[in-house]
Write a protein that binds this ligand. Structure first.
Ligand SMILES: Nc1nc2c([nH]c(=O)n2[C@H]2C[C@H](O)[C@@H](COP(=O)(O)OP(=O)(O)OP(=O)(O)O)O2)c(=O)[nH]1
Length: 130
């Protein structure tokens, strides 16, 4: 089974957290699900380099990476991921969606109003517990 190393940014602006909605996918179980922005780590990249690149590509934002948050291993029906979530703060740029179909800024207490990708639920739980 394919395995991907993924980084995901929990971008916090005060108590608000940036949540993104994926568009259609060949994998029904991630299509239209909510997630944290990010993507696959490319060969030779650090996690920090990968998240800065992905957030710039996907959202046109600069971010500062503050801390590692939680690493999740998740097996979907067709592939597995190791997903490293990183706490980030916005550091410039205007939010423009280039890949996602929607976004919301929510406090941790509101995160469960969204239909999250399954791999994200441990991250959501940890954010809500803080
Ligand atoms: N970015 C991101 N991906 C997630 C999250 N949760 C989750 O299950 N995933 C999965 C969906 C994808 O299968 C994989 C990330 O790949 P991606 O498609 O976002 O990465 P990428 O931008 O490098 O895409 P590509 O160039 O390979 O098309 O991880 C999440 O919160 N953020």
């Amino acid at each position: 089974m394919k395995h991907h190393e993924v980084v995901a940014a929990v971008i916090q602006n005060g108590d608000q957290i940036l949540c993104l909605q994926r568009g259609p996918s060949k994998y029904h179980y991630i299509a239209h699900k909510w997630e944290f922005p990010g993507g696959k780590v490319e060969p030779g990249e650090t996690q920090e380099q990968a998240i800065i690149r992905e957030i710039h590509e996907e959202l046109g934002l600069q971010v500062d990476v503050r801390a590692a948050f939680l690493t999740v291993e998740h097996e979907y029906p067709d592939f597995k991921i190791t997903m490293h979530s990183l706490l980030c703060t916005p550091a410039g740029g205007e939010l423009v969606l280039t890949e996602h179909v929607g976004y919301q800024w929510l406090p941790a207490s509101g995160l469960l109003s969204l239909d999250w990708a399954a791999a994200d639920l441990p991250i959501v739980d940890k954010l809500m517990a803080q």
